[in-house]
Ligand binder design. Structure first.
Ligand SMILES: [Zn+2]
Length: 318
């Protein structure tokens, strides 16, 4: 379908996990973006080593569940939580399997970009099992072939303002790239407040103040949560008040996009479909929901095209 906004950019998508080969996965993605009328897309990896899960103890899951002040609400909405608490070892094994299925290494992301003729613009994932120096070297080695790095404060169990990330941020700045940070909660045990406490836009703001000449993107408008949609939305609005902080609309209920435009304007918002991770939504449907909000044309132009073009012309050297 042709988009309302010509030359639209989807700023937040992932390689389809069910196609293991990175080139094939991203060709599939490029075809899907093309059908939905997008001319370019930012394709984001998730990566971590399995030892990350060795550090997660069964007792941590139980403790995080017990700390949830509204545990009953969590248990009612999420029957899996009761299972996870009853059998935390099995939950960790399940997470291990998830990690194997979804991870994409930096070199795969480069293949992904190549396979799409660079219509797909790769962002690699931070990997907390690597030393900050090692991670920074990886980033420098990929100059011109990646747009930047994404941090998942939930899975990576790393707050975005952690000093551990400073060398990585510095390397991203050197290659002229940008940093994307997952904010809000995440499916599974990561929905528990103790497990998503690092994924706050206020911590992105802190990092952005320390790294004034580096661009940060608050993914999901801080709103990602199955049980408490919009959980850190207000913090996200506050964070994008910083010159070097933007936010993407991926996986956020469109009401938050409308609210954000009303409260702070559209100059800092980027459309992201989060394909293929948002259940029951295809790229076209995700875009259609925002187009249907009744926003003024200039806002749609900003969200779907101008803001993305501005960032890509600054940070993408291909
Ligand atoms: Zn995503």
């Amino acid at each position: 379908m042709a988009r309302l906004v010509e030359g639209a950019v989807d700023f937040h998508v992932h390689p389809p996990w069910w196609i293991r080969d990175a080139s094939k996965a991203c060709k599939h993605l490029a075809a899907a973006e093309d059908r939905a009328g997008f001319s370019r897309f930012v394709v984001i990896a998730f990566d971590a080593d399995e030892d990350l899960l060795d550090r997660l103890k069964p007792g941590d899951i139980v403790k995080a569940a017990m700390e949830a002040s509204d545990l009953v609400a969590y248990a009612l909405h999420m029957p899996w939580l009761a299972r996870a608490v009853a059998e935390p070892e099995r939950e960790i094994e399940r997470l291990r399997e998830d990690l194997r299925i979804h991870r994409r290494r930096p070199e795969e992301m480069v293949k992904c970009g190549e396979a799409t003729g660079w219509k797909g613009i790769p962002v690699i994932s931070y990997n907390p099992s690597r030393s900050p120096r090692e991670m920074a070297e990886i980033v420098r080695g990929l100059e011109g072939r990646i747009l930047g790095v994404k941090v998942y404060p939930t899975f990576h169990s790393t707050p975005p303002d952690s000093p551990r990330l400073d060398p990585v941020y510095e390397a991203v700045r050197e290659i002229g790239g940008l940093v994307i940070v997952h904010t809000g909660c995440d499916p599974g045990i990561w929905e528990l407040p103790a497990m998503c406490r690092h994924a706050r836009p206020s911590l992105v703001k802190r990092a952005a103040r320390r790294h004034r000449d580096l661009t940060f993107i608050v993914a999901h408008l801080g709103a990602y949560s199955a049980l408490k949609p919009g959980i850190f939305f207000e913090e996200a609005l506050d964070a994008i008040g910083e010159d070097n902080v933007y936010a993407d609309t991926s996986a956020a209920d469109p009401i938050y996009v409308e609210k954000a435009v009303r409260e702070v304007g559209s100059e800092k918002l980027l459309f992201g479909s989060d394909y293929p991770y948002v259940h029951g939504l295809d790229i076209d449907a995700a875009a259609g929901e925002i187009e249907a909000l009744g926003l003024e044309r200039r806002h749609l132009e900003n969200i779907f095209r101008f803001n993305a073009e501005k960032l890509l012309s600054r940070h993408w050297r291909k």
